[in-house]
Write a protein that binds this ligand. Structure first.
Ligand SMILES: Cc1cc2nc3c(=O)[nH]c(=O)nc-3n(C[C@H](O)[C@H](O)[C@H](O)COP(=O)(O)O)c2cc1C
Length: 425
């Protein structure tokens, strides 16, 4: 049977607990080719996760803290308030983008005004197509364009995209030069250490990126063969940082503010990129900002831990945003349907399936550690549509609020649950 590519399979392997480092904190800002990113934190691109709803949800996560009395996702949140300096799209196929009609492209490259600065990530192996897609991204108003050289997924590697290219540095150079010549916006690359332990190329690759005029390099400190197993080897981030002058973004296994500070201390990286911790703990960026501010003020880093009610507000708001986005897309679809009469119903059903799929996936991550979270996950998994899911969340948290009053969650043992929504393939 085909192996599914899911968040559940990418849990941390025996994560290391980092002690609070004596000095280092995540820097207040860094500069990528003229774009200031403040604070120096990046939401990692995650296929099936970091769509526009999730990205805006993360930017608004600061409103779900204990101190907040109401949630208004329409209000303007600065990156300093959210704690997240840069967001990135899910990876997008350069071949697909170059072939698509204008209207379909818009769906793939959807973002809202409050998402700036935002980077669009592309994957592919053909220099001309990547250059053309980078131009499309620039015309769509993105602040940065990123090339994915890290994705280990077989269907991406099979067409020489993602980490498949790590075995072919000359082809990478051709791509770097073609994309660099095509756009004026900052151009960055995200890569792994190399294909496997006998083929580690990260330092060479970072130097090549610098020579070709790229503006930053992000390293997920694992090889392609590592997948998500073992510990990210931060020592390679330090080596890359020593080898180049362009900013280096460290990535891999940051789960807490202490981890983020420890990564900066261990590697000297200019910024920290966070992936899997974000859906499991959407407060992570806010917590890093609180940790940094308190450490600078008092020498001791502290941050808020979400309460039961914070979690309730968080999950409810995210799910409501997913439901609301269906309405936005339907309005856009209605305009398109006037031109393409036949496509309506199928697209609508697909969107509902997609939104519910995302809710199920998010619930699987976010409810670990919630007492009785297993029952909530089960109810969500059995719900048929977005409103039914919201109803289950309401019921669950009402009963929780009656049982306990605003206390913190005690961890529960992880339960096996296949979180793979059908759309992940
Ligand atoms: C579900 C999922 C989807 C991902 N999709 C992408 C992607 O589209 N592009 C990319 O460069 N990396 C992708 N990654 C890798 C992450 O960006 C990140 O490098 C990796 O998860 C390690 O960081 P972490 O330990 O903070 O999670 C994905 C990871 C996950 C868990």
């Amino acid at each position: 049977m085909k192996k599914r590519y899911t968040l559940e399979q990418k849990k941390w392997d025996a994560p290391v607990e980092h002690a609070m480092p004596a000095q280092a904190c995540v820097p207040a800002s860094f500069n990528v080719g003229g774009v200031t990113i403040a604070p120096a934190t990046v939401l990692a691109p995650m296929a099936g996760v970091t769509d526009t709803v999730f990205r805006r949800f993360i930017k608004n996560a600061s409103q779900f803290g204990a101190a907040s009395d109401g949630v208004n996702v329409e209000s303007e949140i600065t990156n300093q308030q959210s704690g997240c300096g840069l967001i990135m799209t899910e990876f997008t196929s350069a071949d697909g983008l170059a072939r698509m009609r204008e209207t379909k492209r818009k769906r793939y490259l959807t973002y809202y005004d409050d998402e700036h600065p935002i980077s669009a990530q592309l994957f592919g192996s053909n220099p001309e197509t990547l250059a053309e897609s980078a131009r499309i991204v620039e015309d769509a108003g993105f602040d940065l364009v990123d090339l994915n050289l890290g994705c280990p997924a077989k269907r991406v590697v099979a067409c020489n995209g993602g980490s498949g290219l790590l075995k072919d540095l000359p082809q990478i150079e051709r791509i770097f030069r073609a994309v660099r010549a095509a756009v004026k916006i900052p151009f960055t690359v995200k890569f792994r250490l190399g294909w496997n332990d006998s083929h580690i190329v990260c330092v060479q690759l970072a130097k090549l990126a610098e020579d070709c005029g790229l503006n930053a390099a992000a390293l997920h400190a694992r090889t392609r063969e590592d997948g998500y197993t073992g510990q990210a080897r931060w020592e390679y981030i330090a080596q890359v940082k020593d080898a180049v002058t362009i900013p280096v973004i460290g990535n891999g296994d940051v789960r807490t503010p202490e981890d983020a500070a420890a990564m900066v201390e261990a590697t000297g990286c200019d910024a920290v990129m966070i992936g899997r911790a974000a859906p499991a703990n959407p407060w992570i960026f806010r917590q890093i900002a609180q940790y940094t501010a308190s450490k600078e003020a008092t020498g001791i880093g502290t941050y808020e831990i979400p309460t039961d009610q914070d979690r309730y507000r968080m999950i409810r708001t995210y799910f409501q945003m997913l439901v609301d986005e269906i309405a936005v897309e339907e309005a856009a679809e209605a305009v398109r349907a006037a031109a393409i009469a036949a496509s309506g119903q199928t697209a609508r059903e697909q969107r509902h399936r997609d939104a519910v799929g995302k809710m199920k996936q998010f619930a699987a991550w976010f409810t670990h550690g919630v007492p009785g979270g297993g029952a909530l996950r089960k109810a969500i998994f059995e719900a048929k549509n977005g409103n039914a899911v919201l109803g289950e969340v309401e019921r669950f948290f009402e009963s929780r609020a009656n049982a306990t009053h605003g206390e913190h969650f005690a961890p529960e043992p992880d339960e096996e649950l296949d979180a793979a929504p059908a759309w992940m393939g």
